[in-house]
Design a protein around this ligand. Structure first.
Ligand SMILES: [Zn+2]
Length: 267
């Protein structure tokens, strides 16, 4: 038997519980015997996580559902296996349903050919689609569902009192979940999701990767300003809104303007 190490009332993070980082953060939310998992991580760590849960003395038959924060392989590859082991259901955003059902390796970023990255993405059905404002009940605990698109279009966060299980929205170092057009990133939506987190009275952010940290306005603002800047940067390709340099180039071409000090040869 293991002694439970909850971080908040009714919330255990399984890597922290294990004293060892096995993968993405896996939150076990419980009230008495009933429990859920928020994310499961890679398939190869499912057995480890289930063994920890067993040793924490949670009845495996009382797993109400497995929740996918979003449809990225590092969070959900193990869902099919865990679902079978625990004989339970899967919960996620409607936009995660199709890539999970189809085991889509492109949208889940399981396969990045140019990087020689090729991971399996076992298909899994989502039985319970949830959207913003829905409540997930675990015993007497009510988790409020937030839809926070930006990193992906299916990204969810879950409010439990003072705490937001905040997914891949922001991490303790101010980094955010990867921006990649393939899995539905949207920079404007990202800014809105971050503003929503900043403007809420949530005290603690419990992200899907790395340590838990305080919801601090100044800190959020620094990230929001940076992300807003991405909208006008060529670095972000088709996800940027505009590229101001091209407007300047239009004008300069029309004026026949060259850099100061550059004297073109006469024809
Ligand atoms: Zn992700």
């Amino acid at each position: 038997m293991l002694i439970r190490k909850p971080i908040f009332p009714g919330v255990i993070e399984l890597n922290f519980q294990a004293g060892e980082v096995l993968g993405c953060n896996v939150y076990l939310v419980y009230d008495q015997d009933e429990w859920i998992l928020i994310d499961i991580g890679y398939e190869e760590t499912v057995d480890d996580f289930v063994e920890i849960i067993r040793q924490l003395d949670f009845p495996l038959s009382r797993c109400k559902t497995l929740v996918a924060t979003h449809a990225d392989v590092d969070h959900i590859q193990g869902l099919a296996k865990a679902k079978q082991l625990l004989k339970t259901t899967v919960t996620g955003h409607p936009k995660a349903a199709k890539p999970l059902r189809e085991g889509d390796t492109l949208i889940t970023l399981a396969e990045i050919e140019a990087q020689n990255l090729k991971l399996a993405m076992p298909p899994v059905e989502i039985e319970h689609e949830v959207n913003d404002g829905d409540i997930i009940k675990i015993g007497n605990i009510e988790l409020e569902v937030w839809h926070t698109p930006g990193h992906t279009d299916s990204q969810l966060a879950f409010r439990h009192g003072d705490v937001l299980l905040s997914g891949d929205n922001i991490y303790r170092d101010g980094c955010i979940g990867a921006i990649d057009a393939h899995h539905g990133s949207d920079i404007k939506a990202f800014v809105k999701s971050l503003e929503r987190i900043r403007d809420s009275d949530v005290k603690w952010l419990a992200p899907s990767h790395g340590p838990i940290f305080r919801n601090d306005k100044e800190f959020l603002n620094r990230t929001i300003d940076r992300v807003r800047g991405y909208l006008k940067m060529a670095d972000f390709g088709t996800l940027a809104d505009s590229w101001p340099l091209m407007d300047q180039w239009d004008d300069e071409v029309a004026e026949g303007k060259l850099p100061e000090g550059l004297v073109p040869p006469t024809a």
